[in-house]
Design a binder for this molecule. Structure first.
Ligand code: PGA
Length: 250
């Protein structure tokens, strides 16, 4: 059975001390069955986060990773550096990586492959921009992002893939997709995976929604049959708000 997941993307926020403090607050939350909570601090705070999360059900993931094994890539971090620390999951393809750092589907396909080679789990982000929704190409765009970055993978690797559909127009804007818009797209994503692989594989993939999820809209979004939780930015930085969103899974 696929898992329900609430994942916090902390982006370029919090120092090591603040990271520890926030994780300690989250560590006390009793999670419902079949549920996971993950947080993604910046690289420099991963060790502090792992320490603070030890012996709790909070899992720590990285926000990004380089596709090469090692070498002359100043400022970058490799998969083996992450796994050596104890990080088992990496977020790839976030819209900010795509738009500010030029990450393409082709590059992301390489990053995903590298992560899987290192037995890491991938939270793969994708989603259309506002203009694409307005000109009604959002389904096409999402299908091509999935196909270009993921559909060359063998079926056996999909147990290590979590999807995060994040319409770019809803990220950090306060504009949330309605629960009907989210459900419509998530059902489409599941159908697209079923066609590329199989219905049973599609049923096993957790598909998260991201984009201005807050404590007051989480339950409605997560209550949709194909929405298996959320990837949360701003609201994951405040313990009470993040806990309220986790409550949305109950
Ligand atoms: P937001 O960010 O919740 O602040 O909209 C979501 C994300 O970027 O993953």
């Amino acid at each position: 059975m696929r898992k329900n997941i609430v994942a916090g993307n902390w982006k370029m926020n919090l120092n090591a001390e603040q990271t520890r403090a926030l994780i300690s607050e989250l560590a006390s939350v009793q999670l419902p069955e079949n549920t996971r909570v993950l947080v993604a601090p910046p690289f420099v705070n991963l060790s502090a986060a792992l320490e603070a999360a030890a012996h709790s059900s909070v899992e720590v993931m990285a926000q990004n990773m380089h596709q090469a094994e090692s070498g002359a890539y100043t400022g970058e971090v490799s998969a083996s550096m992450l796994t050596h620390l104890g990080v088992k999951t990496v977020v790839l393809g976030h819209s900010e990586r795509r738009s500010y750092f030029g990450e393409t589907d082709a590059l992301l396909a390489q990053k995903v492959q590298t992560a899987l080679n290192h037995h890491m789990e991938v939270v793969f982000c994708f989603g259309e921009e506002l203009a694409e929704r307005e000109n009604n190409t959002h389904f096409e765009v999402v299908a091509s992002q999935l196909k270009n970055a993921l559909f060359a993978l063998p079926a056996s690797t999909w147990s290590s893939i979590v999807l995060a559909y994040e319409p770019v127009w809803a990220i950090g804007t306060g504009l949330t997709a309605s629960s009907a818009q989210a459900q419509e797209m998530h059902a489409f994503i599941r159908q697209t995976i079923a066609e590329a692989y199989s219905a049973s594989l599609a049923q096993e993939v957790s598909i998260l929604y991201g984009g201005s999820v807050k404590a007051n809209n989480a339950a409605e979004l997560f209550g949709q049959p194909d929405v298996d939780g959320g990837l949360i930015g701003g609201a994951s930085l405040v313990a009470a708000d993040f806990k309220g969103i986790i409550d949305g899974l109950r």
